[in-house]
Design a binder for this molecule. Structure first.
Ligand SMILES: Nc1nc2c(ncn2[C@@H]2O[C@H](COP(=O)(O)OP(=O)(O)OP(=O)(O)O)[C@@H](O)[C@H]2O)c(=O)[nH]1
Length: 550
């Protein structure tokens, strides 16, 4: 069974195009990273921005259809060059991670993540990469993908940050944000989301400066089947929202979503107004709606609003557009406030909870590699491997180890999707894995019927027919089947000792194939292997004969 290096090719097609030299530079000219000073201007201009040249090109290529830009495509491609630099290396060292770290740094900066965030991120992953233990069967570049993934998840807040509901009375959700970021649309989307949760909901039109915004909310309310509370432009927002809460209480409504006025940029009167509304209704959630296309500037806006009025989180809209990812990656780290929802389109159902882990997977575009590394970590913990090695060396591989190893094989096997990616298992078919799983259930029942002493000293079973008969009766199997299992264990001991040389080397998951073979030893041989099977059975019969009976 040869160990084959895993190819990192599971990312989506759009991201798999090799980047043309200079693509980054032409699409995204060098950015200035002057956080707060420019954020308002950028937020304003970006939300009104025409499609980028890249987006226009992609649309043209779509032969009339609008081909959506792969979200974070540039970032994914940028990071990919980091993994590629590690192809062929055996272990992560201070020297060989310099180049990949430079690529990661550049990819994040190009994605419009702020410089201090990038610095902290890169320093943390470098530290982890050098301090990480080698996981048997996992290539260094795969290990780095996993480290970057975990760090991205942390960067984006770790856990999903769900909506908080009021313990008594209606839950009040106050939305704030600059003009055109998608606030009114989010109001209706949230109402739609809340309705799906089984909550009754009411929308409140508190933008008293733009009658058109009130009309828009009324139409959207009708669309999602939710009442809209409005006093048109006749009262102050604090009064309207207060009256709306009273109305909701009277009508026993579970949740209220309030649309407030946006401005082209932050101004004092907007902040004062929001503070007044906040004081009047004591909201459960104050969420700032920001446009993902504004990148790191969105993070700066969240910080400013939080300092000024105190918010509970952010909603990131337009992630379906040409977003480069900077906003999603920076908001939590820069502002300390979580992203609670993301908007991915104009339809009512295009609002989702923000899951940092799913987002990190999208950024990396390597779901399969990540699950593989996780599984390998889980299954092949180094301590276990060392422990097993010791047992094999002292010929003490017993039924407990046998069971553990068989379970590991089945565990790895149950991920049939990644089976082809597991070095050393690339020639094992899903059908064989299913067989191995069946076989596991079969041997498990026999091992469970053994005493603790018998499991640790298989010789006891080899020497005593009475014991084998007892195990057979207790497990509902035949005596012959128990004898076969005992013979198989001794056969595996011998095989594993032979494999010791490989085990100590860098080869991936050594012996996995042999384990699979052993587990499948009694299953039907694939077509064309009759002779091998006959030879194999003869050998096995000789081994069985060697098992002493009493
Ligand atoms: N593609 C996309 N478009 C969105 C998304 N959210 C909102 N929009 C669009 O963005 C535009 C502006 O949305 P509005 O809800 O009117 O924005 P607003 O913040 O309420 O704007 P004002 O009422 O002017 O303050 C509309 O055309 C929406 O359909 C999103 O997640 N993806």
């Amino acid at each position: 069974m040869e160990a084959t290096a895993l190819t990192l090719s599971s990312r989506p097609a759009a991201a798999s195009r090799s980047p043309a030299k200079g693509t980054f530079a032409s699409l995204h000219p060098r950015r200035r990273f002057s956080a707060h000073a420019v954020h308002l201007r950028a937020a304003q201009s970006a939300s009104l921005r025409a499609p980028s040249p890249g987006a226009r090109r992609r649309r043209r290529r779509g032969s009339g259809l609008v081909v959506r830009a792969e979200m974070f495509g540039q970032l994914t491609t940028g990071l990919e060059s980091a993994w590629n630099k590690l192809r062929g290396v055996d272990v992560l060292t201070k020297e060989n991670i310099v180049e990949p770290m430079r690529d990661i740094r550049r990819a994040l900066l190009e994605a419009d993540v702020s410089l201090p965030v990038v610095r902290r991120f890169v320093s943390s992953i470098s530290e982890k990469a050098l301090g990480s233990d080698l996981i048997r069967g996992v290539r260094p570049e795969q290990q780095l993908v996993k480290i970057v993934h975990d760090e991205l998840v942390q960067l984006m807040g770790g856990e999903v940050s769900d909506l908080v509901f009021a313990k008594s009375g209606p839950t009040v959700i106050l939305l704030a944000g600059l003009q055109g970021v998608g606030k009114t649309t989010v109001c209706a989307k949230l109402a739609f989301y809340l309705k799906k949760l089984g909550k009754s909901c009411m929308l409140v039109a508190a933008d008293v400066y733009r009658p058109a915004a009130i009309d828009q909310l009324t139409i959207l309310g009708e669309q999602v089947g939710v009442p809209v509370y409005s006093e048109r432009t006749e009262a102050k927002p604090a009064q309207i929202t207060k009256n709306a809460v009273e109305e909701a209480k009277r009508k026993n409504i579970d949740a209220i979503v309030m649309d407030t006025a946006g401005r082209l940029q932050i101004d004092k009167s907007m902040m004062v107004e929001l503070k007044e509304v906040k004081k009047a209704v004591n909201p459960t959630e104050v969420l700032l709606v920001v446009d993902a296309m504004t990148g790191q500037e969105a993070a700066a806006l969240v910080t400013t609003f939080n300092i000024e009025i105190g918010i509970t989180g952010a909603i990131l809209t337009k992630l379906d557009g040409d977003s480069r990812g900077g906003a999603a990656l920076s908001v939590k780290e820069v502002s300390g406030k979580p992203i609670k929802f993301v908007g991915r389109g104009e339809r009512m159902e295009d609002l989702e909870l923000f899951y940092p882990d799913r987002m990190a997977q999208r950024v990396l575009g390597m779901g399969d590699v990540l699950s593989f590394v996780e599984k390998a970590q889980e299954v092949m913990r180094q301590e276990d491997a060392v422990e097993l090695q010791k047992k094999i060396m002292s010929a003490k591989f017993d039924f407990n180890d046998f069971l553990k190893q068989s379970q590991n094989v089945a565990k790895m096997g149950s991920m049939s999707r990644v089976v082809g990616m597991i070095p050393g298992m690339n020639k094992v078919t899903p059908a064989q894995i299913r067989e191995a799983e069946k076989r596991l259930a079969f041997v498990e029942s026999m091992i469970n019927a053994m005493t603790a002493e018998e499991r640790e000293k298989p010789e006891l079973l080899a020497e005593s027919r009475d014991r084998r008969i007892r195990v057979a009766e207790e497990s509902g199997k035949s005596e012959h089947e128990v004898s076969q299992l005992v013979a198989q264990l001794f056969q595996m001991r011998a095989q594993m000792q032979k494999l010791m040389g490989v085990m100590t080397g860098q080869e991936a998951l050594p012996g996995m194939g042999n384990l699979m073979e052993s587990l499948n030893a009694d299953e039907k041989a694939p077509p064309g292997t009759a002779r091998r099977k006959r030879r194999h059975s003869k050998t096995r019969q000789r081994e069985l004969d060697a098992v002493p009976s009493s």
